[in-house]
Design a protein around this ligand. Structure first.
Ligand SMILES: Cc1cc2nc3c(=O)[nH]c(=O)nc-3n(C[C@H](O)[C@H](O)[C@H](O)COP(=O)(O)OP(=O)(O)OC[C@H]3O[C@@H](n4cnc5c(N)ncnc54)[C@H](O)[C@@H]3O)c2cc1C
Length: 489
């Protein structure tokens, strides 16, 4: 017996640890799949523990809540029947989030974060069940440091509300994705918006984050000072990680001074190529406009037919320009852009004479997605959004070729281009396509064909599959390099 235990101890003591792989990356198929415990007994027991943390009014199992937290009409990803959370929990503080996550960690229950629910590609679908963490009770501005031009906020504060509050102090927070989007989700997706042309995307506007990690540990990525190059840039690692690395419970955001004057102009062209060439010209000349968006003739028709704006638009390829700065600078920019548009063949150029006219002109751009969705014939019709980012010199070609493919596919396909999206200095352009597809019908095959061509065109243009989102469900089907290998940690 004694000899036996000595021999066993010797054996264990002399065992070498498994060799560490010398590779820097790990193929996805070599990773261990997560081992969740989704038994009813485990989930029910967790439910009781969540109630102890947040109270029973902050936990919901109502069917309506479960459905609305599983997907949306505007998401390209069609949620499958079983992709539903077991419950929704509504925490009130970082401490509550941490305690809930600890319970889930101990019980091996997956957690999906939810803020505004406006993301477009299945980001918050509960593909592995588990629970959904809805941040809507954490929607406050915690502290505005006016002199330092930063603001500390909770994750469920919407960007529109933040801007209403900031405007009273003459300040402004530029990232402007979908209406209703909130800071937690905007960090999650690393969003952009129409203002990205001038101001960059979300990653330029986040100074620091408080994050709850998968085991409930709370970290703060850094302090408030703007300049710091010490160590890893943890803040940016979380931006665009879609809740997979941790849950954001507080964000310190940069803000800027609100421009003194703003205006909008709309230019109509005979062809989409002319419109795209005009954009390349305006960007190439370095005119400091605030935003420029391309809407094609189909998109303009959808807007007219939806009746959602007060004016009727010419159904031609159209550029929407936003200008900001001092009143003199705005006037000068409008005049330069008008000349450049004319040189590229514009047939009309209308600019707003006051703030009401500016918001009326810009309203068409804001209605783009909803007006295409209004064209659905029945529940089988689904809106599908997709986008590509290319160097700006390739924009006219990629738009023209894609339009031809769309026309031959037989799909209703409208186009909105965030030109200069996210990378003014890098001169990138993004084109988004909203399509109506019949999810049960032949148009699904057309989509598959279209995606293959899209990939071919994008690679030929040194472009990206998406400038918008990361590793969401929708794009998983189509695969891209980031999905095949994971960096080793
Ligand atoms: C009409 C319309 C126009 C749009 N225009 C644009 C555009 O111009 N540019 C653009 O980039 N996007 C655009 N979007 C998409 C969408 O608005 C953005 O992706 C936005 O950033 C999502 O924010 P949300 O609060 O709705 O996030 P949600 O949809 O709630 O979540 C998005 C992702 O973030 C994760 N998440 C949510 N909260 C947290 C948290 N607290 N911590 C960690 N992860 C979290 C979620 O799990 C999910 O993966 C548009 C959408 C619509 C409907």
């Amino acid at each position: 017996m004694i000899l036996g235990s000595i021999a066993l101890s010797y054996y264990w003591g002399s065992r070498k640890p498994a060799a560490i792989s010398p590779n820097s990356t790990l193929p996805l198929n070599a990773t261990q799949p997560p081992d969740h415990n989704l038994t009813q007994t485990n989930l029910q027991a967790a439910w009781t523990e969540f109630v102890d943390v947040v109270g029973k009014d902050n936990v919901s199992t109502s069917e309506g809540d479960l459905q609305s937290h599983s997907g949306s009409d505007w998401s390209s990803y069609t949620t499958k029947e079983h992709e539903k959370p077991f419950l929704i929990v509504f925490p009130n503080s970082t401490e509550e989030v941490s305690r809930i996550v600890k319970i889930c960690h101990d019980r091996r229950i997956p957690v999906t974060a939810y803020s505004g629910g406006t993301s477009l590609e299945g980001h918050f679908s509960a593909t592995r069940g588990g629970i959904c963490m809805d941040f809507s009770r954490m929607d406050k501005i915690l502290k505005l440091h006016k002199e330092d031009l930063d603001v500390v906020v909770q994750p469920a504060l919407g960007w529109e509300l933040l801007n209403e509050e900031l405007a009273t102090e003459g300040l402004f927070f530029p990232p402007d994705p979908g209406p209703g989007a909130m800071i937690g989700g905007m960090v999650g997706t690393g969003c952009s918006g129409t203002n990205a042309y001038r101001y960059g995307t979300m990653k330029e506007w986040v100074l620091s984050l408080t994050v709850v990690l998968a085991d409930g540990t709370v970290i703060k990525t850094r302090q408030r000072p703007r300049k710091s190059s010490a160590g890893y840039d943890l803040t940016r690692m979380f931006i665009g990680s879609e809740g997979t690395l941790g849950l954001v419970t507080e964000a310190t955001l940069k803000v800027t001074v609100k421009p003194k004057s703003e205006s909008v102009a709309v230019a109509g062209f005979s062809t989409i190529r002319e419109a795209a060439e005009c954009v390349a010209k305006v960007v190439g000349e370095g005119v400091p406009i605030a935003a420029v968006e391309v809407l094609d003739n189909v998109q303009m028709r959808c807007i007219n037919e939806s009746g959602s704006t007060s004016r009727t638009w010419k159904e031609v390829p159209t550029l929407f320009f936003k200008f900001s700065g001092t009143p003199t600078a705005v006037k000068e920019q409008i005049s330069i852009v008008q000349k450049l548009a004319k040189s590229k063949g514009s047939k009309s150029f209308d600019f707003a004479k006051n703030a009401d006219e500016a918001s009326e002109l810009w309203s068409a751009r804001k209605e783009a997605l909803w007006s295409v969705m209004a064209k659905r014939r029945d529940d089988n019709d689904h809106v599908w959004t997709t986008d590509v980012a290319v160097p700006i010199s390739r924009l006219p070609d990629i738009i023209e070729e894609t339009k031809e493919d769309m026309a031959s596919s037989g799909l209703l396909a409208a186009m909105v281009g965030h030109v200069g999206d996210g990378n003014f200095h890098g001169k990138q352009a993004k084109a988004s396509f909203f399509l109506i597809i019949d999810v049960n019908g032949t148009s699904y095959n057309s989509i598959q064909r279209e995606r293959t061509q899209d990939r071919r065109r994008r690679s030929a243009s040194d472009g990206e599959a998406s400038s918008r989102n990361g590793r969401n469900c929708h794009r998983r089907t189509w695969g891209w390099p980031g999905q095949t290998r994971l960096p080793r940690s």
